[in-house]
Write a protein that binds this ligand. Structure first.
Ligand code: TYC
Length: 117
């Protein structure tokens, strides 16, 4: 047995706690990216009622009626508008919730999330 031969040829010293077979892994330099944020953008269409869009913006983006109406009008006039800025998880959940609510109500509203530049 290898252990026996080694033990008899070289008297073994008890290993210090951090020696012996222990390997020290050096930490690789980490690239830490700043957290990214995503904006939920609602797109205009010719069929979804204005009142329904205002209601969605109030309900899912926490805006009061006046702000929700301004955002809705911006979307109506410009073709798209930002409803809020969130982490990726939250933004994509809101997109799914808004699209669900629109489909349930039979409207073709489209909503996307995109990284903030
Ligand atoms: N353009 C729609 C209308 O005239 C209103 C609307 C606004 C629809 C915003 C979608 O994301 C939207 N009824």
């Amino acid at each position: 047995m290898v252990t026996t031969i080694l033990q008899s040829a070289v008297p073994m010293q008890p290993a210090a706690p951090d020696e012996g077979d222990a390997a020290v892994l050096e930490r690789a330099p980490q690239k830490i990216e700043p957290p990214r944020f995503y904006q939920v953008v609602m797109l205009n269409d010719d069929y979804t009622p204005m009142e329904f869009v205002v209601m969605l913006i109030e309900q899912y983006f926490g805006k009061d009626r006046e702000m929700a109406t301004q955002i809705m009008l911006r979307i109506h006039l410009d073709g798209r508008g930002v409803c809020g800025v969130y982490t990726h998880d939250v933004a994509s959940t809101k997109v799914a919730q808004v699209m669900d609510a629109a489909r349930q109500a039979g409207h073709p509203l489209q909503c996307v999330c995109e990284p903030v530049a």
